[in-house]
Design a binder for this molecule. Sequence first.
Ligand code: FE2
Length: 374
Amino acid sequence: MKRESLSTLDPQVDFLPLNGTDHIEFFVGNAKQSAYYYQMAWGYELIAYAGPETGVRDKASYVLKQGKIVLILTTAMESDSEIAEHVKLHGDGVKYLSLWVDDATKSYEETIKRGAKSFMEPTRFEDENGYVIISAIHTYGETIHKFVERSNYNGPFLPGYETPSHKIETTPVGLKHIDHCVGNVELGRMNEWVKFYEDVLGFKLLLTFDDEDISTEYSALMSKVVSNGNGYVKFPINEPADGKKKSQIEEYLDFYKGAGVQHIAVATDNILHTIGELRKRGIEFLYVPDTYYDDLLERVGEIKEDLEELKKYNILVDRDDEGYLLQIFTKPVEDRPTLFFEIIQRRGAQSFGKGNFKALFESIEREQERRGNL
Ligand code: FE2
């Protein structure tokens, strides 16, 4: 998988120029079956595989791609591996939020110099298709940022991965790229992690939501959004806030056993088509009551989409100064109430759907209630 550099920024100005998200790797209990779900339900294509058949003894990894989005599902072959330990503690979840860079050595040195905790020094991996350099640093919880330099590599994914011998025919649903990835951190630690992204990775604080913005009758949370220089990588960070009942962030922390990735927002340019397909294939979404649509057009003004269709698929709309956005959230995609996906279509708006927070959180609370966790 060869990618041309997209970085438009002068490296003198931005000490950590990022081309975007390279891939997101999950540690899961059964990668073979998870891969089937992401292929059949979500329409990802299996582009590479590593495992016993390719000479990898201790794990199996399935690399899935749709648009520019690359997900890896990795499982342990042995019970004493760090992958098995991770799954035992957290359930299925994101281990590596990997960033695509032109220089993984410099990315490592610049972030380590500014206080990052090392996970892996710059390391060269090669095969007959070329070489890559990968380095990695810790972020919240047990989550890791890898820096992937791949301009000298032409293989199916990374060295060690091969084109799969067996492939299911899949139909994409129109997912294009990662829009943002949200982390949940422990009570009182949001600002610490915002400072980490500012100081260590050179990100800028884009937006702040306090409990006034994001509270329902029962629970609350606080959130700050950090973005890298060119805006290709955005990481909102949430922490729980005091409310009458348990917040959704606390529920996540209780079941994930600590901080971790809460949701991955994937972009589409035709949300009606994408959600129509995903619903047909059995993906479950959060539900907002029909009354949400009663005064929708008064709130957001003129939109291109048909109101009845939006209502049928339960898609939410919000407007900011630059335009509007359409969004919808899945229910958690594991049995533990942890990670979920957001599907988002931006029509100008660069924000995150603040106008929908209340309706959404009430919807999440209805689900928490059903799980006995409110
Ligand atoms: Fe989001």
